[in-house]
Design a protein around this ligand. Structure first.
Ligand code: GTP
Ligand code: SPV
Ligand code: MN
Length: 597
């Protein structure tokens, strides 16, 4: 096939990859429907995918990945910088020399008898000053079709690139899918990503976590902007004014849900609306107006399927109804549709589970869908997609929220005292682990800014970068912390969550607009009970009190854990953050609470 690009840098790199992997055929992805349709058909022919019911799920496909390849593999995700300190103590490091050597030995001849697809893609709207270009080479049709949903793909991207050498070089190969040889190598100093022996989204859709977070966070550090694991949403008030919020929660902690939230009836009636700009990643820049502006670099949602229902997240569910791909969910053999736990109370009886085995949802004790099964859906399908979601200028951010799953320590919401204190709050974010990564579930781990698996450089330098950005933003967003996951003695969530999280967002916007007072506590500003609207909720006063309580003992225990974590960060930890930790310790020990205006 004729090359789609005449860019000498592109051609030189492709040539190297062809010589290494020796594909039988090379195909440039031009983004045309004709070509994509041909690939869809071929994917179905080889059994890599199954076309779903054309009436209920037009343009949708079902896919299963290998049993040991259903989540990100963090211990095989490597940051390969010349100096180990640049990867830092929270990343797995390998020298570029060794990594390339190992990678080459794995990729050598790996595409024999296979077609190599070359995907030109843009993260961010093509031509936006925020946007960046990547090329992903892959031997997987699933990857091509998923990238076509998750990013902007095709010829127009190469046109925008022109002769430039400024593109991220991504190589993905399924190789033999051997877990022992599975690696996701990042070379931030070379703008390069190599991923082998996996076919799971987070490891192989290289535009997402690999580029838009790991490589981009490094680029942002060097170039003075930020790449963050954040959703972006707009809250429209009855006057039609919209405030935008960016929120960082660790994997499977509720970003997609919050981004697409439907306000409770009492707010809807008054005219409040929520608009989705992005559900996972934000790229942020300071503009002349002194504010922080953000774009969503992605074009689709790679969302957690289980738990997504008409009730919990109507908008996400609707987004999946056409042109989407479903991975590791239940396949209903009777009507060629998909199902997952908590989609509804009517699981199929004649189905295949995520292993591909016959499964009866009415009688089986096993789950049908993998807990990290996912949908890949075009953002433009989402009923509440923001009118600004493709704005090349981005949207101005009024508030930044950090949050995680904390059964006890963190209250429902609190506000930091300043940008610096907000960076401290982000740097000490912690959460109970989920199924989004291979490993134990439910263990508390520190996950600063929800970036522990995604920061492409030294975490201490990353904190420093946050502090420096604060100096450049003359009109900074206010920084908050939320926790939807507080539990009672029976382990039940005491906050209803989902759409009712709007009540907390309202407080946050009220604080941003200086409309409500708050109480300065040991950890930051805490809402007054009367300022969290619980009208129409089945919540007792005692529960609300509990939600806003700071338990000094468990905070002091947490401080010890933070100290350990900060020790691990070591010499690159900014002094400002050690000072903030001292202040927190002092406040907790003195245990003072003063009311302020
Ligand atoms: P990634 O795509 O992995 O980054 O995940 P995410 O942060 O987008 O999480 P998502 O919105 O997909 O939610 C993950 C899980 O948390 C789902 O099972 C949701 O049902 C559940 N969840 C989301 N919001 C809430 C909430 O407010 N309360 C409770 N209890 N559960 C929630
Ligand atoms: C996450 O784990 O935070 C995800 C899914 O958004 S993945 O793309 O697999 O990383
Ligand atoms: Mn994520």
């Amino acid at each position: 096939m004729q090359s789609l690009s005449s860019n000498a840098n592109v051609l030189k790199w492709i040539n190297e990859i062809v010589l290494l992997t020796k594909p039988e055929k090379v195909m440039w992805i031009d983004g045309s429907e004709e070509q994509l349709n041909q690939l869809r058909q071929e994917g179905c022919k080889t059994g890599e995918m199954v076309a779903l019911n054309k009436e209920e799920y037009p343009g949708c496909y079902y896919h299963r990945s290998q049993k040991d390849d259903v989540a990100r593999l963090e211990n095989k995700t490597l940051i390969c910088t010349i100096n180990e300190e640049n990867a830092g103590p929270t990343n797995n490091w390998k020298s570029p020399e060794e990594a390339y050597k190992l990678g080459r030995s794995i990729f050598e001849n790996s595409m024999n008898n296979r077609t190599m697809y070359i995907i030109p893609y843009s993260m961010g709207p093509v031509g936006s000053p925020f946007s960046k270009i990547g090329l992903e080479v892959t031997d997987s049709i699933y990857v091509v079709l998923s990238m076509n949903i998750m990013t902007r793909v095709g010829k127009s991207v190469l046109d925008a690139l022109g002769d430039s050498n400024d593109f991220v070089r991504g190589l993905h190969g399924k190789c033999t899918l051997d877990i022992n040889e599975r690696y996701i190598f990042h070379f931030p100093e070379d703008n390069t990503i190599w991923s082998c022996n996996s076919a799971y989204g987070g490891n192989v859709l290289l535009g997402k976590k690999c580029f838009a977070l790991r490589i981009a966070s490094y680029q942002g550090w060097k170039e003075g902007w930020m790449a963050e694991h954040m959703l972006i949403l707009g809250i429209e008030n009855p006057k039609g004014e919209i405030n935008y919020i960016a929120a960082a929660f660790p994997s499977a902690c509720g970003k997609t849900n919050l981004a697409m939230l439907i306000p409770p009836e009492i707010y809807k009636k008054k005219g409040y609306k929520v608009w989705t700009v992005g559900d996972d990643i934000a790229w942020l820049k300071v503009k002349e107006d002194g504010r922080l502006w953000a774009i969503n670099p992605e074009a689709g949602f790679f969302g957690v399927a289980p738990g997504t229902s008409e009730k919990s997240n109507y908008n996400a569910l609707m987004a999946t109804k056409k042109d989407s791909i479903f991975t590791n969910v239940v396949y209903n053999l009777d009507d060629e549709t998909v199902w997952w736990e908590k989609m509804d109370n009517n699981p199929p009886e004649n189905a295949l589970d995520w292993h591909g085995n016959p499964w009866n949802g009415k009688t089986s004790k096993e789950k049908g869908a993998h807990p990290n099964s996912r949908f890949t859906a075009p953002a433009k399908n989402c009923p509440c997609i923001s009118k600004q979601w493709e704005s090349p200028e981005g949207v101005p951010i009024s508030a930044i929220i950090f949050g995680g799953r904390r059964a006890k320590t963190a209250p429902l919401v609190y506000q930091s005292r300043s940008w610096q204190h907000g960076v401290f709050v982000g740097s000490t974010l912690a959460s109970e682990t989920t199924a989004a990564a291979a490993g134990k579930v439910g263990v508390v781990r520190r996950d600063p800014m929800a970036m522990i698996p995604f920061c492409g450089y030294n975490m201490g330098d990353y904190f420093g970068h946050w502090l420096e950005m604060g100096e450049k933003i003359s009109n900074p967003p206010k920084i908050f912390h939320v926790n939807w996951f507080r539990t009672n003695s029976e382990g039940k969530f005491i906050w209803p969550g989902y759409g009712d999280n709007f009540r907390v967002l309202e407080w946050i916007i009220n604080r941003y607009e200086n409309k409500v007072e708050a109480d300065l506590s040991q950890i930051g500003y805490i809402p007054r009970k009367e300022d969290i609207n619980i009208e129409g909720l089945n919540i007792t006063d005692a529960v609300l009190t509990d939600l806003l309580t700071i338990d000094i003992e468990s905070w002091l225990a947490d401080v010890q854990n933070i100290e350990k974590f900060y020790k691990k960060i070591g010499a690159t930890l900014p002094n400002e953050l050690s000072k903030e930790l001292d202040i927190l310790k002092l406040n907790l020990n003195n245990s003072i609470g003063t009311s302020i205006k």
